[in-house]
Write a protein that binds this ligand. Structure first.
Ligand SMILES: *Cc1c(COP(=O)(O)O)cnc(C)c1O
Length: 455
């Protein structure tokens, strides 16, 4: 492929930004490359309209392969004897078109609620997973959640509830399968979710006082999401490993350390550490501590949701309005889009999520301007200003030009958080795989949205 200056301008083709799948073609249009197959987004828009979500299962497959390869490589190099397995946290993205490709790559599943587990029971009833699949159940075990856990366990599924509370320990006293326990490490990390008072799991001393826990297999922790410091990731692992070593004395069946989630996505910024660096250091540390305590190396579980899922979806909108900003700011205009940040990309509002945004057409335009984006709800909070500095996009001479934009890395959390403020319709959703396009969800009609509100 001829090198295009616009690729580097828009930071495309770079693995460190998860944009190795994208490039700008000779017409200045954004294309997605799946191996040697190419999808032109502008053409897809002509067929499917906007607002549009584009799902890329091949991205998940590649990311999981890379994850498994990285663990295999460093296990080999460092003679780490424990096994690594991946559990997809369903809460990151419950859409079937993304979950099934993960299963096919060897992912196990982690649930956070009864309804998520119910989806898995459906898969089981349809004989869509093999008996090697393991399930971890986090979150408060309500009566319906607990009865689904028991039901699946009785059917021979390897379902492992994680004890998060003393009451759950009581409930699980008669449970026949293996269990895990969650420790609240009390480590304060640098992340959006700097929870000063944890409410998940038990603190280390509480766990040690429990003595022997029936069928204990896993020690689990989860320090938070989008953890941008390698040091925090490693400190958490060391702290958990210290507890693992103590806990193992009364619980010889304990053989797995579950590291939870937290691997970050370089949304609009530079990557702070690579997977390779993390895995290399992680295995080195755990091995050293295990060897020192004369224990076999624990099996390891990763539950990195955002890291695997976010790059597998992008959101596409049309600019429907160019409204001049008359006061002095970082931007010249509002570009109003035919979707909503508050509805379709809620983290923009909730945690001031930043995004990488690239024009779908006119990406070779020499005339660019800084704009702020506004959603088409009538809420003044429905906007994206990139922290005030604005987003660089083609300057429209007239709206006849129809400008489209792509927001990358929207595959984690946004769909389940989505809502219907001002009764706007959710975007349509298409799946690109093996050169084929399938419609996963049509755009909602007014009648369908009205129905949710009893009309
Ligand atoms: C949310 C969650 C995850 C996934 O976190 P990411 O930040 O998306 O990696 C993993 N494990 C548990 C228990 C969670 O609650």
């Amino acid at each position: 492929m001829k090198k295009q200056p616009y690729n580097s301008f828009w930071r495309l083709g770079r693995p460190e930004h998860n944009t190795q799948y994208y490039s700008i073609n000779a017409d200045g249009e954004l294309v997605i490359n799946e191996g040697h197959y190419q999808y032109n987004i502008h053409d897809l828009i002509k067929k499917y309209g906007t607002s549009l979500e584009i799902v890329l299962p091949f991205v998940i497959e590649q990311r999981l392969e890379d994850l498994f390869d990285t663990f295999a490589k460093h296990s080999y190099l460092q003679k780490y004897r424990g096994k690594f397995s991946y559990f997809l946290p369903l809460k990151t993205n419950q859409n079937k078109e993304l979950v099934l490709p993960a299963l096919s790559e060897g992912a196990n599943l982690e649930t956070s609620s009864a309804n998520e587990l119910w989806l898995i029971r459906r898969l089981f009833e349809q004989e869509q997973f093999n008996p090697d699949l393991r399930l971890l159940c986090n979150g408060p075990k309500t009566v319906s959640y607990f009865s689904l856990i028991n039901d699946l366990q009785a059917k021979g599924v390897n379902v492992i509830p994680i004890i998060e509370d003393i009451n759950e320990l009581e409930m699980l006293k008669v449970y026949k399968g293996e269990v895990g326990i969650r420790v609240e490490l009390g480590l304060r990390i640098n992340s959006h979710w700097d929870k000063r008072v944890g409410r998940f799991g038990l603190v280390a001393n509480e766990i040690l006082k429990l003595g022997r826990i029936r069928n204990l297999k896993i020690l689990h922790y989860h320090i938070g999401s989008q953890v941008e410091s390698l040091k925090d990731m490693l400190t958490a692992a060391s702290q958990a490993m210290e507890l693992f070593i103590e806990l193992k004395k009364a619980n010889p069946s304990l053989d797995t350390l579950d590291l939870g989630g937290g691997l970050p996505v370089p949304y609009d910024q530079n990557q702070t550490f690579t997977l390779d660096q993390f895995v290399s250091k992680l295995l080195g540390r755990i091995k050293k501590m295990a060897d020192h305590a004369n224990l076999s190396h624990p099996n390891l579980i990763g539950e990195w949701g955002r890291y695997i899922m976010a790059p597998a979806q992008m959101s596409i909108f049309q600019v429907v309005w160019d409204k001049k900003i008359t006061v002095r700011t970082g931007a010249k205009s509002w570009y109003v889009i035919d979707g909503s940040f508050m509805n379709d990309l809620l983290d923009t509002w909730a945690i001031h999520q930043k995004w990488q945004i690239v024009p779908v057409n006119n990406a070779n335009s020499k005339k660019l301007k800084k704009v702020w984006l506004a959603g088409s709800s009538c809420d003044s909070d429905d906007k994206y200003t990139a922290g005030g500095g604005g987003v660089l996009l083609p300057d429209l001479d007239s709206l006849e030009d129809k400008q489209y934009l792509a927001i990358f890395d929207t595959g984690a959390y946004q769909d389940a958080l989505a809502s219907h403020h001002c009764l706007l319709s959710s975007p349509a959703k298409i799946v690109l795989q093996d050169g084929k396009v399938t419609v996963a969800r049509k755009r909602e009609t007014a009648a369908e949205v009205g129905k949710m509100f009893g009309w």
